[in-house]
Design a protein around this ligand. Structure first.
Ligand SMILES: Cc1ncc(COP(=O)(O)O)c(C=O)c1O
Length: 179
């Protein structure tokens, strides 16, 4: 379990940590926050052609069989409860061997949760847990060990775990890099 700086939106770091370069990530958009996560993800992971889904998305969740997911996705992202649109997953979708990651910002701690069903869950603390400016990420160790993509140490969940969610120590001296 990691305590992360910034709110739920900071989990734009998920694809950097868990998706290999060029690997697709599937986002199930059932409302505003899912769309925000998708947009953030598209800055990092491969942009796919827009998929047209039939059904009453944003008002209900169409049957899993009608979803168009990639078998080689790094993970599938859902928003457990869409705070604005009011769409909530009462049953978890079967994603096979692809880990399921869920944004629980507006439903965490409201009822018992079987955490083993997820690769990771996260939440901004300000809604259901307490203070603004931090978030919580509960992540399966196997997922945590993925190489992901080049990123600063402070954005690397493995380093954050080692540092027990505190900022990583800095070494004195000089250094150079070229972009
Ligand atoms: C489901 C959900 N996800 C993400 C967010 C964004 O959270 P934050 O303001 O902590 O970045 C919210 C905020 O209302 C939310 O309800």
């Amino acid at each position: 379990m990691l305590f992360t700086s910034g709110g739920a939106t900071t989990q734009a770091l998920l694809p950097l940590n868990f998706a290999a370069a060029g690997q697709p990530v599937d986002y199930v958009v059932t409302g505003h926050w899912g769309k925000t996560a998708l947009k953030a993800g598209q800055a990092v992971c491969r942009r796919q052609r827009r998929r047209q889904q039939r059904g009453r998305w944003l008002r209900s969740i169409p049957a899993r069989a009608s979803w168009n997911l990639s078998p080689d996705a790094a993970y599938v992202h859902i928003t457990a409860n869409e705070t604005i649109h009011g769409v909530e997953f009462r049953e978890l979708p079967d994603t096979g061997s692809v880990p399921l990651i869920a944004d629980f910002s507006s439903s965490i701690a409201s009822e018992p949760l079987d955490i083993r069903r997820f690769g990771a869950i996260y939440a901004g603390a300000q809604k259901n847990l307490g203070p603004v400016g931090i978030g919580v990420l509960i992540v399966d160790r196997q997922l945590l060990e993925r190489a992901g993509q080049p990123r600063a140490d402070i954005f690397d969940f493995r380093s954050q775990l080692k540092a027990e969610s505190m900022s990583t120590p800095r070494r004195a001296g000089t250094g150079t890099c070229s972009a």
